[in-house]
Design a binder for this molecule. Structure first.
Ligand code: ZN
Length: 284
């Protein structure tokens, strides 16, 4: 990008970190993975690697940049406020992961804008998606630099969702399905086949159900439980199929969701419910 100003971009991310008194942005995930994998950052990356994650990996792996395999489980709208609805579920996620990085979103806090920032390391004004729309991103993404480094990457998601559409036209393989369950089963299959170095696996469940039935409806809470269950099984499967590799599993929500009526949920605003999320890292 010709007029890319790294300081201005960084300040835009920090604006929300200051507002919510948090040390990290969701955009920090990209530079963190670049350090873990020992690859360069995307050209317009303005976020900072999470030192506690990088240091922990360096300690366990006896050196930096030694991660060989990674699975990123992207559970839509599983923000911090959701923990109040099912504390047990988030305890399980934390137990699997070990590291919780409390972070802030970008605005507007909607899926393509947030995952755009998460996987480019830069604010919406730079990556180009500034409202709810799903064009193919024109800036470099984490997936471009992974592919350039020779890593085999798979993106597994629901047909036509943000993650299925905005990262197209990269040197990665796309698996798209009609249901979360099919995406999840394919993720397990890809782990067992061991063809990929990095797998992105998306789950729309909680977000979709909470929008329609309310953020703490029984149906929505069941989707939170299902997200934790899948995360646990993915961790077990990864430990089995990738046991010979330095590996990282991450639980990657994009934003939270707030109630707008007893039976309806929404997000996209600059409020704590939408803007506060954690990324959870399991390093082995
Ligand atoms: Zn979302």
């Amino acid at each position: 990008m010709e007029n890319f100003d790294v300081n201005a971009a960084s300040a835009e991310l920090q604006k929300f970190m200051k507002q919510y008194d948090r040390e990290h942005s969701i955009a920090d995930l990209t530079p963190t993975f670049c350090e873990l994998l020992g690859i360069r950052k995307p050209a317009t990356c303005a976020a900072s690697a999470v030192a506690s994650v990088v240091d922990h990996a360096g300690h366990i792996m006896d050196g930096i940049g030694k991660t060989k395999k990674a699975l990123l489980f992207c559970a839509d709208a599983c923000g911090n406020v959701q923990e109040n609805y099912r504390p047990d579920v988030f305890q399980r996620i934390k137990a699997v992961a070990g590291l919780e990085i409390k972070s802030t979103c970008v605005m507007p806090s909607v899926t393509p804008v947030c995952y755009g920032s998460i996987f480019t390391g830069t604010p919406p004004a730079v990556h180009g998606i500034t409202k709810y729309e799903k064009p193919v991103l024109k800036v470099e993404t984490l997936f471009d630099v992974m592919a350039e480094a020779g890593l085999n990457v798979a993106i597994v998601a629901i047909n036509s969702c943000s993650i299925d559409t905005i990262f197209r036209q990269r040197n990665v393989d796309y698996y798209s399905f009609r249901t979360d369950e099919m995406s999840y089963q394919m993720t397990l299959q890809l782990l067992r086949e061991n063809k990929y170095d990095v797998i992105i696996s998306y789950m729309t469940g909680y977000d979709a159900v909470a929008h329609k039935t309310g953020v703490d409806s029984p149906e929505a809470k069941e989707e939170l439980e299902l997200a934790a269950k899948r995360f646990e099984v993915l961790a077990e499967t990864m430990d089995e199929c990738w046991k010979d590799y330095h590996r990282v599993l991450t639980f990657v929500p994009d934003h939270g969701q707030h109630p707008v009526a007893p039976t309806q949920g929404s997000h996209g605003e600059n409020c704590p419910e939408d803007m506060q999320v954690s990324h959870y890292y399991r390093i082995r």
